[in-house]
Write a protein that binds this ligand. Structure first.
Ligand code: FMN
Length: 367
């Protein structure tokens, strides 16, 4: 027992400084440590995927379809590597943001306020879920940093409009319209992914009741969201190039390629597998972002090299939040940014815009 304890790489997280940023070594170790702290049902709810969890596994495996082509002797100076990007008018210190996720109160008493504070500290972008534990206005006040609001449309359009107007008034700078969470996806969803009890109330809705999800979505809804808020609309949850082209024609401000981290329809391809074709279909008309399976700075670099303007991170944020609240989230961002810088150094580029397809080699690419 003692020996096991000693051999486990348990000093994965070292608290440093008075602001208690977590020093993150990698996300697997972070999850291992968070898992020990969380009730089993909460860990299962966050970590698992839908159906046979093929998409969940594929989201990691598919990064291995691409190898790097490091460019040597380019004379890049580490200290001059700049990871900054501009995304829908926001200046960001790094092209990595927090993907919208509901119910952060499950793992930290401050819920989304901690997440927003952590991101405020690192200067990065946070997308706040409409299914948050804390009301959006309180989250918005928690940081001056860039914030987007994610929307699940209600069957009752009047209720959706109210939420959207509140998001605009609270100062969110874009609406992320999630279009892939329209049903269970598999009959064993709750067996696989569970649902911690007691479930937390939804902070944005009267009596904390969940919205009644609208499933018959069409491009008309994009126009509704745009006209109600006057904000750019990011369509989240596309994996098909034709849908991406259609989104551009329908007035989307950006596209977030996503399979909901394997939590929606199992069998949907990995985001990284479909990214190149989506980038080609969009032809630079709007930024293309990607989420699902990002665990390392090298994953970030591969997505950027294949044409993503930025990437969003899901589950790693939960583990960071569990272990360190706001300082966990800022420590996680520090980890991703540090690894991205190291990867750029090896690839011989000193700015994000210089990353291109020449930096990755497709290996056994199947799609
Ligand atoms: N996506 C949304 O658009 N809205 C949500 O409220 C939402 N809630 C989520 C809750 C959990 C526990 C998890 C794990 C994901 C959720 N997502 C939601 C999906 C994430 O935004 C993102 O697409 C996915 O987690 C990315 O994959 P990754 O976890 O492999 O990084």
């Amino acid at each position: 027992q003692v020996r096991e304890e000693a051999s486990r790489p348990s000093v994965t997280i070292i608290r440093k400084g008075i602001d208690k940023d977590l020093a993150v070594i990698n996300v697997d170790l972070l999850e291992e440590e968070a898992k020990r702290k969380l009730p089993e049902g909460v860990h299962v709810f966050i970590a698992n995927g839908n159906g046979e969890q093929w998409t969940l596994r594929e989201n990691r495996r598919a990064f291995g379809d691409y190898a790097f082509a490091p460019h040597r002797m380019g004379g890049v100076v580490r200290d001059r590597i700049d990871t900054a990007v501009t995304l829908l008018g926001e200046s960001l210190p790094f092209p990595i943001f927090v993907s919208p996720m509901g119910s952060h109160g499950l793992v930290h008493p401050e819920g989304e306020v901690a997440t927003a504070r952590g991101m405020g500290k690192s200067g990065g972008l946070v997308a706040v879920s409409s299914a948050s534990t804390i009301p959006m206005e309180d989250i918005a006040r928690a940081s001056d940093g860039p914030k987007w609001f994610q929307m699940y449309l209600d069957q009752d359009e009047g209720r959706s409009r109210e939420i959207l107007q509140r998001a605009r008034a609270a100062g969110f700078k874009a609406i992320v319209l999630t279009v892939d969470a329209i049903g269970q996806g598999s009959s064993d969803q709750y067996a696989n992914m569970g649902r911690p009890r007691p479930w937390l109330p939804y902070g944005n809705y009267p009596e904390g009741r969940a919205p009644s999800f609208k499933t018959d979505l069409s491009w008309r809804e994009l126009e509704m969201v745009r006209s109600v808020t006057g904000l750019p609309v990011v369509i989240k949850g596309l994996t098909r190039p034709e849908d991406a082209a259609e989104a551009v024609r329908a007035g989307a401000g950006a596209i977030q390629v996503s399979n909901h981290g394997g939590r929606a329809l199992d069998g949907t391809p990995a985001s990284i597998s479909v990214l190149p074709k989506i980038v080609d279909a969009v032809q630079g008309a709007v930024p293309v972002m990607l989420d699902s399976g990002i665990r390392r700075g090298t994953d970030v670099a591969k997505a950027l090299a294949l044409g993503a303007s930025a990437v969003a991170v899901g589950r790693p944020v939960w583990w960071a939040l569990t272990l360190g609240g706001a300082g966990g989230v800022s420590g996680l961002m520090d980890y991703f940014q540090r690894e991205l810088v190291e990867t750029m150094l090896h690839l011989g580029v000193d700015k994000v815009a210089s990353l291109g397809r020449e930096h990755v080699l497709p290996l056994h690419h199947r799609i």
